[in-house]
Design a protein around this ligand. Structure first.
Ligand code: PRX
Length: 629
């Protein structure tokens, strides 16, 4: 492990030399003058003065050598289609979309919002934005209208690109009505909406605003759009994520730092090389999709698989059959997907030839030991648990087989990745803690290339949110608990704040509480994340009614529970819907009025709630226990 340690140390102690060398992996139209400007901490500007472009590095740059090789492989088990785009075809499609967007007035710095399913047109649009120097903001397809409206108002896009519908497990999910509703709710609707009609769900078109993707594409086919060179620190995209407040945070990323970080990770983390095939099962609405479906593999000269479907349709061997057919070298997925597969016959894991596959990378939520063991034994491949966040843009903790092969340990995402000055610190004193001690996982700034540059439109909130919670020091808080063992392996021990992770989706319990509170029957409520064998965590809600009679009989309580669930689903989407809503007459609180969430979680998980000396009314916790019977 010495080599990994030395490599990491060099990236921190001799930062400029380290990153100057890594920067050579990408094309710079104009060389940078300075590796890092950290004159205004905690803001970091990487590769100052350098001009580059994400689309050029992902597409144009590889056309001469790899023009006829696959670059984007689309597989949909939802609509039973497969299309392979060579790098040249990808270039052509991206140029056509760039030309379409340019016609709509999109240029450098303008925002374009994507609300799309896992289709190639979504990737073309992201890359087209990058080509024009426009800032894309991808919102999960099918996300609830209220959420979508909030994001539209924050990003104020000039154009929205969407689709008639997505499809999930064979069921059509119409997107356009959700988008139309969001547009009717928001204060800053865009001038135009480009709709990709997949023929899945008939939808209304608003004349003058809604345009047809296929018509536009036909008109712009064959167009060439010059690359807009951007200064390294200009924004490339905004990606919204949940925090502890109801207001989503627009994580803003740069151009040059991101390209360099991803390019380096293709070698050091994934041990890959140009010509490889990379398969990431994430969604393009997630940071993992941005970094490892779209930009990372393409910038690294690899072919990338875009998969629309679930891991169990048509059967539980679909992922492995794709690995075999396309000679996948790297597979990136989430623990949730593996837990779903665990319910299938284990023989499915060994039905296909997986000789091309080097390793399986899993991220997004804690990877429990039994799940890791099951998949590792079933496949006979290394499993690499890696830990990161929307904010970091790429892994903070991971094994780095391209640097050195070090045995992994189940339950641990291994070691800090080069560039991330990670520490475990005391939440009380802010001091660094030693081996075995539990503390907050913090990062000493400057954050490395590829990490967020700020919160879109709100520098102050960036500093306040991330850099003020550790006492006495300006450190970035991940809001995760962690511990390092005697041998230097890191462990993640859950969130320090009220963010929960349901099937790999990050949700703020505050958002769910606000949504439940919007129901007229509710006086107040508490939402907590409770361990779940399949989804990792589920939300559980405990609500106090304005009028207890509204749930006096079990039938009335069930009806009300259903009503409230529909409100949450409508406002925040199905993932945010609590597994249960239970009605109580009081919430367990401290004498100063703070809800005792940890005690509620412990009771829900059948554990001892621990120290309750600060509780105002012990019977309130008893009620919670009783309500679970
Ligand atoms: O709590 C950590 C958990 O997911 C959070 C970040 O979620 P998101 O912003 O959606 O980014 C996902 C990018 C992979 C983290 O703060 N998390 C992520 N990976 C792991 C994890 N928890 C434990 N182990 C992991 N490998």
């Amino acid at each position: 492990m010495q080599k990994t340690r030395d490599f990491h140390l060099r990236s921190i102690d001799d930062r400029d030399t380290f990153w100057r060398a890594e920067a050579e992996r990408i094309h710079w139209e104009t060389p940078f003058e300075q590796v890092l400007d950290f004159s205004r901490p905690p803001f970091a500007r990487w590769f100052v003065g350098g001009q580059t472009n994400l689309c050029y590095n992902a597409v144009d740059r590889w056309v001469p050598q790899q023009g006829d090789q696959p670059a984007l492989i689309w597989v949909s088990t939802e609509v039973d289609k497969e299309v392979v785009y060579t790098r040249r075809q990808l270039y052509d499609e991206v140029n056509a979309v760039a030309s379409m967007l340019r016609e709509q007035g999109v240029g450098r710095g303008d925002r374009v919002l994507l609300y799309m399913p896992m289709v190639p047109e979504a990737v073309f649009t992201m890359l087209a934005c990058a080509r024009l120097g426009a800032v894309h903001s991808v919102v999960f397809g099918g996300f609830a209208s209220v959420n979508l409206a909030q994001r539209i108002d924050d990003a104020t896009p000039k154009v929205i690109v969407s689709s008639d519908a997505g499809s999930r497990a064979g069921k059509v999910v119409p997107y356009k009505p959700l988008l139309d509703k969001a547009l009717s709710l928001c204060a800053h609707p865009p001038g135009s909406v480009i709709v990709l009609d997949r023929g899945l769900a008939p939808c209304e078109r608003q004349p003058g605003r809604d345009l047809d993707y296929a018509d536009l594409r036909q008109r712009h086919e064959g167009s060439q759009v010059p690359v807009q060179w951007l200064e390294s620190s200009e924004p490339s995209y905004i990606l919204y994520t949940s925090g502890t407040t109801g207001k989503p945070k627009g994580v803003q990323r740069d151009v040059g730092g991101y390209a360099v970080a991803l390019a380096s990770s293709m070698e050091y983390l994934f041990d890959g090389k140009p010509g490889d095939t990379y398969f990431c099962t994430s969604d393009i609405g997630c940071v993992v999709g941005h970094s490892y479906i779209v930009y990372g593999p393409l910038i690294g000269g690899q072919a990338t698989i875009l998969y629309e479907g679930t891991p169990v349709r048509p059967d539980g061997a679909i992922l492995w059959s794709l690995v075999e057919r396309f000679g996948v070298n790297t597979l990136f997925s989430a623990p949730t997907a593996v837990r779903v597969l665990k319910r299938q016959a284990p023989e499915l894991l060994s039905r296909h030839d997986l000789s091309s596959l080097r390793a399986v990378y899993l991220a997004g939520e804690p990877l429990d030991e039994p799940t890791a063991q099951w998949i590792s034994q079933g496949l006979g491949k290394p499993i690499i648990d890696n830990y990161w966040q929307t904010e970091s843009g790429w892994p903070i903790l991971s094994a780095q087989p391209g640097v050195e092969r070090v045995p992994t340990r189940f339950g641990s995402p291994s070691f800090p990745v080069y560039g991330f000055d990670a520490r475990i610190v005391s939440e009380r004193t802010g001091e660094d803690l030693g081996p075995g001690e539990k503390g907050v996982v913090a990062l000493a700034p400057p954050l490395p290339p590829g990490a967020m540059s700020t919160i879109w439109g709100d520098d102050e909130r960036f500093v306040q949110t991330y850099f003020t919670s550790i006492p006495g020091r300006q450190l970035y808080s991940t809001f995760d608990w962690g511990r390092v063992d005697e041998d230097g392996y890191w462990f993640i021990l859950g969130r320090t704040d009220d963010v929960i992770n349901v099937a790999g989706h990050r949700l703020g319990t505050r958002e769910i509480e606000e949504s439940i509170n919007s129901h007229t029957a509710i006086a107040e409520c508490a939402v907590v994340g409770v361990a779940d064998a399949l989804k990792g965590q589920v939300a559980m809600a405990f609500a106090v009614l304005k009028n207890p009679e509204s749930a006096e009989s079990p039938e009335r309580a069930r009806t009300l529970e259903g009503d409230i669930m529909r409100v949450v689903e409508d406002q925040l989407g199905a993932v945010a819907r609590p597994a249960r809503i239970r009605f109580v007459s009081a919430l367990p609180k401290t004498r100063s009025g703070k809800v005792l969430r940890r005690a509620i979680v412990a009771v829900c998980e059948g554990r001892d709630p621990g120290d309750l000396t600060t509780i105002e009314d012990p019977s309130s916790l008893e009620q919670i226990k009783d309500s679970l019977q």
